[in-house]
Design a protein around this ligand. Structure first.
Ligand SMILES: [Zn+2]
Length: 303
């Protein structure tokens, strides 16, 4: 990390002497998570160059900047990230990058803190998995649009129109998934996953949420956690637990074994997209497609 910061500072010094040459006159936007990349694509579309640092299946809690990433960050006109300490290993890089002209924008910091779920684990003191509240994602959308307009006023109307269109899609998503969840009886709304990414989802849609690992994947689940959770699953007579695309399967498989060893059959209900979207070009590779896929998977497995 020290080496990267050094490179970053050297680059930053060099680039402040050089005006930032843009290949095609478009705004260079760098994003971190796949959720934010998808959002920015929906607002900027072909009027921006976008560089998403994290790909499908990448765990943002553990992600470290490569030297290539540092080059992208230095050449960016705008940087959007989740913040609230989600990208734990990038925080130091972003803090060093702050300047009057290019301050990385933590979208999570835009949300009214009094409405966030608290957490002792993160340095931010809040659970950073805020994209699982669609209302918060709408706030992300408005902030991204405002920043793009501020940096690239000539395309203001275009960005504003894209914002209106995307917000309407998010409203439709809210209705679709609420209707789907209403088909699942309230006493069956218990979601057991690999790590605690779904607390905002649970709060909004009436699910009790239990993650085998804590809020961050940086802490491993212990044997005692597995046994306690196995007992909980049997007590609640749960039909399914879920793996996550960005977290190794082994912890949930160990849990399934522990439950089965105690004489209760619990299924793996499917793979949920928690901290990263599916592959680019697929339905689950978009925020909206991911949300629908997760809800369908959860409801169908727990029914
Ligand atoms: Zn997470």
């Amino acid at each position: 990390m020290k080496k990267l910061l050094f490179i970053l500072l050297v680059y930053a010094t060099l680039s402040s002497c050089n005006t930032n040459k843009k290949e095609n006159g478009k705004l260079n936007v760098v994003t971190t998570t796949t959720m934010i990349t998808d959002l920015v694509k929906n607002i900027g579309k072909d009027s921006i160059n976008i560089n998403g640092l994290m790909g499908s299946g990448v765990d943002p809690h553990l992600y470290k900047a490569s030297e290539g990433d540092v080059t992208k960050l230095v050449n960016a006109d705008v940087i959007f990230y989740n913040g609230l300490h989600l990208e734990g290993k990038l925080v130091e890089v972003f803090e060093k990058m702050g300047s009057s002209t290019k301050t990385p924008i933590a979208l999570g910091e835009e949300i009214d803190k009094s409405t966030l779920i608290g957490s002792d684990y993160f340095a931010s003191n809040y659970d950073p998995h805020v994209w699982f509240n669609i209302e918060y994602f709408k706030q992300f959308t408005k902030k991204v649009t405002a920043v793009l307009i501020e940096k690239d006023a000539k395309n203001a109307k275009y960005y504003k129109a894209n914002e209106t269109e995307y917000l309407a899609k998010l409203n439709t998503l809210q209705k679709t998934i609420t209707a789907k969840i209403e088909t699942l009886p309230k006493d069956k709304r218990i979601l057991v996953t690999a790590h605690d990414a779904f607390n905002y989802f649970g709060k909004n849609y009436g699910f009790e949420v239990v993650g085998l690992q804590g809020l961050s994947t940086a802490t491993e689940a212990g044997v005692k956690d597995v046994q306690n959770l196995a007992n909980f699953i049997i007590e609640k007579q749960l039909k399914a637990v879920f793996v996550e695309s960005s977290v190794p399967k082994r912890t949930i498989e160990a849990l399934q074994k522990a439950v089965n060893a105690k004489g209760h059959n619990v299924q793996i209900g499917g793979t949920l997209y928690s901290d990263a979207l599916g592959s680019a070009g697929t339905t689950e590779g978009t925020y909206i497609g991911m949300f629908e896929y997760n809800v369908n998977t959860i409801v169908n497995a727990l029914k």
